[in-house]
Design a binder for this molecule. Structure first.
Ligand code: UDX
Length: 483
């Protein structure tokens, strides 16, 4: 598609953007659009949430988000509960409301539908309506249909799909320094608006600013803008997440075989990841993936495929391996400790991954719940997720003030989340605090040789267990039992 010339007014002014939904995606999107120079209204029907934001309460733990909101709130960001008014005054409306999974695994699109219905009544000039929430293929067509049914004139709006690839914890950097920007559109007029919105990034202008959010090591700037059809953009989102989850399940399966044959998965990863066709990222074995995206998106993608008559059994297997990975870890704990009832376990990590307070579908929480069912006593620490964990685990565990407090008096220490701070513990101090020097690491944060040199029996994922240099009493886990 060629470029459409924008009028001087359009070129000289920043765009006016409404972002509907002040959840994780909406807040990050709105704040980043403001930071690259646009005027943003973040809309939410939850007045309490808006009041909280106005008073500086940020509901999610996300690096750089507090700085951006402090910088832009009241400047280039406004908060509002009036969707129609916001839509009327904006050039583009980004829909970033939730699409939770239904019992059958499909995405519940009712919030998206109700936003589309409301916007339809506010089309006094041409608008681009952009789906940002993770949605199944055909959503843009449905949004269009709903808007027309509710009085929207077809010529007064276009629908675009602009999937986000934000990872929790690094979402602001991911937004501002993306590997690529994917924009799905059906015509050039709409493409021109999206191009203009992302222009501060694609032209490199943002990166030359002194106050730009710092560039992450790996980032290539300026990012590429990929323009596709709306359906392709919708597919790209689901297929990307499914592929990444598949990569994790693949390496977890390889790790299981490594355990049986006595190979070291870390060395295997280095060997296969350095093939540039494969790549080393998302090749870390562990206790399985969790979070608000991978589990939900895989189910939704599988449901979409089924509806189209394709039985995507590869995804069934990715999901099965992921669940099995947790059970294998539990079996490992059992094989190291023999009996679990009454055992006192220190747990490091409750969030679904490091750098976030999110515990949705967290394998750490699921494991803690299983260990509690087995009669263990747990003292857990997480740098950010304890408040959220308390809502689910209540008082069934002791919430320790720090990693050393969690480890004190423990029969074994379990590492369940890949927080950076858990990878840099003072091992001599830890050794003195635990009852028995046993660490079962579900995230491979330590070098086994270093652990044994510090007197620990150390069990990790896909690597041979190591025993303390001066102790022979520890039992090697029975390989058949683990595998
Ligand atoms: C993911 C996608 O990365 C992002 O592009 C999309 O927009 C939303 O979903 P997120 O859920 O924030 O992001 O986390 P991510 O960093 O992808 O990790 C997901 C899960 O996989 C975590 O539980 C993490 O611990 C696990 N993981 C990740 C591994 O077990 N091994 C890896 O190598 C990478």
């Amino acid at each position: 598609m060629g470029h459409v010339c924008l009028t001087p007014r359009e070129k000289s002014l920043s765009m006016r953007i409404a972002v509907v939904g002040s959840g994780y995606v909406g807040l990050v999107t709105g704040s980043c659009f403001a930071d690259i120079g646009h005027d943003v209204v973040i809309v939410d029907n939850d007045e309490e949430r808006l009041a909280g934001l106005r008073s500086g309460a940020i509901p999610i733990h996300e690096r750089f988000l507090p700085e951006l909101l402090a910088r832009q709130l009241g400047q280039r960001i406004r908060l509002s509960s009036d969707l129609q008014a916001a839509a009327r005054e904006c050039d583009a409306v980004f829909i970033a409301v939730g699409t939770p999974a239904t019992d059958s695994g499909e995405a519940d699109m009712s919030y998206v539908e109700s936003v589309a219905r409301e916007i339809a009544g506010a089309l006094d000039s041409y608008k681009v309506v952009v789906e940002k929430s993770t949605v199944p293929v055909y959503t843009s067509q449905w949004i269009r249909t709903v808007m027309i049914r509710n009085g929207g004139r077809p010529a007064s709006f276009d629908i675009a799909s602009n999937p986000e690839f934000l990872r929790e914890g690094t979402a602001v950097s991911d937004f501002l320094y993306p590997d690529r920007i994917v924009v799905g559109v059906e015509n050039e007029r709409c493409a021109a608006v999206l191009r203009e919105i992302y222009e501060p990034l694609t032209s490199g202008e943002y990166y030359s600013r002194a106050d730009a959010i710092p560039r992450p090591d790996r980032a290539q700037v300026p990012p590429r803008l990929i323009i596709t059809s709306t359906r392709s953009a919708e597919m790209i989102k689901h297929a990307s997440n499914a592929f990444l989850a598949m990569k994790i399940s693949f390496i977890n399966a390889v790790a299981s075989i490594c355990e049986s044959v006595g190979a070291n998965v870390q060395q295997v990863c280095e060997g296969i990841g350095s093939d540039s066709r494969i790549g080393s990222r998302f090749l870390n074995p562990g206790i399985g993936y969790g979070g608000s995206c991978f589990p939900k998106d895989l189910m939704a993608f599988r449901a979409v495929a089924k509806e189209c008559g394709y039985d995507f059994r590869l995804l069934d297997e990715v999901i099965r391996i992921n669940e099995d990975q947790r059970h294998r870890f539990l079996r490992k704990v059992r094989s190291v400790l023999w009996t679990l009832r009454g055992k006192r376990l220190g747990v490091l990590g409750l969030a679904f991954k490091g750098g976030t307070d999110d515990i949705r579908e967290s394998p750490a929480i699921l494991l803690v719940q299983e260990l509690l069912r087995e009669g263990c006593h747990i003292s857990a620490h997480d740098p950010a997720a304890m408040d959220r964990a308390r809502e689910v685990l209540k008082s069934s565990v002791v919430y320790a003030a720090g990693p050393y407090e969690a480890a004190a008096g423990a029969d074994a220490l379990l590492i369940l989340t890949e927080w950076e701070e858990f990878a840099a513990l003072d091992l001599d101090r830890l050794r003195k605090l635990v009852k028995y020097p046993i660490v079962i690491d579900g995230r491979n944060l330590y070098d086994p040789a270093i652990m044994s040199a510090h007197g620990f029996s150390y069990y990790s994922v896909g690597r041979p267990a190591t025993l303390p240099e001066d102790v022979t009493a520890e039992i090697q886990p029975d390989k058949r039992q683990i595998s």
